[in-house]
Design a protein around this ligand. Structure first.
Ligand SMILES: [Zn+2]
Length: 232
């Protein structure tokens, strides 16, 4: 049984596992706090542990949230990510044409005079969406033939807690738009992960051995996606 504890205004999910020590992890994109604790650890002990880390938790959560879309202002020189690389945002006025271009280490946003930050955000999100729409199909084709599976449909959406999901019965796969900001190997890892679900629905040992077989470094990329060090 998992449980939720409250640390001021932050909710933390507690998982009981066959481990020796209490672990705490904060994961992007939402800064979700997960605590793993040995079986039979008392709630009081877990709470005490988490409280002792509270200022660290707040700091890391702020770092994560700042690196995701929520707190961005879409102004000149702001840092944005694309396929694991860091870019500076450059706003250029262009009343005739709305366009997004990658030039050297800049994402150049050509927008009309009146485009405010939410308009700029939606232009950039649309561009990200389009890019991910082009990145994913060749990966799906590649892994469909390696695994001998077939995907009926994939979609890209903004998700709060997951990088991707798969409904094996309908063979539909969904990807988190935020993936487009991550390294190509991480994007491919999620594609492989979701396609492996067509062979095994749950995260059991069979699933893990299929991952080992198809994408031997998958744990490295899982760690990278979960990690706090958003490349900067
Ligand atoms: Zn999964």
């Amino acid at each position: 049984m998992n449980k939720i504890i409250k640390l001021e205004d932050i909710e933390a999910e507690v998982y009981y596992k066959n481990i020796r020590n209490i672990n705490l992890r904060i994961s992007p994109p939402e800064g979700k706090v997960r605590i793993s604790a040995p079986f039979r650890t008392t709630t009081k002990t877990i709470y005490k542990f988490a409280c002792s880390k509270l200022s660290w938790i707040k700091k890391k959560r702020r770092m994560i949230l700042e690196s995701t879309s929520e707190s961005l202002q879409y102004i000149n020189d702001e840092t944005h990510f694309f396929m694991g690389e860091k870019y500076k945002l450059r706003i250029q006025k262009n009343n005739a044409l709305t366009e997004v271009k990658l030039i050297n280490n800049e994402i150049v946003l050509q927008v009309p005079d009146e485009a405010d930050s939410s308009k700029r955000q939606s232009i950039l999100q649309d561009w990200y969406h389009l890019q991910l729409e082009m990145i994913i199909p060749p990966l799906i084709s590649k892994w469909e033939s390696i695994m001998n599976v077939s995907v009926r449909r994939f979609s890209i959406r903004r998700m709060k807690t997951r990088w991707g999901s798969c409904t094996p019965k309908s063979r539909c796969i969904r990807f988190n738009l935020e993936l487009v900001k991550r390294a190509p190997e991480c994007i491919e890892y999620i594609v492989v992960h979701e396609l492996v679900h067509l062979l095994e629905a749950s995260h059991n040992n069979k699933f893990k051995s299929l991952m080992d077989r198809f994408y031997p470094n998958w744990k490295l990329y899982r760690r990278e996606l979960r990690s706090l060090q958003i490349k900067a």
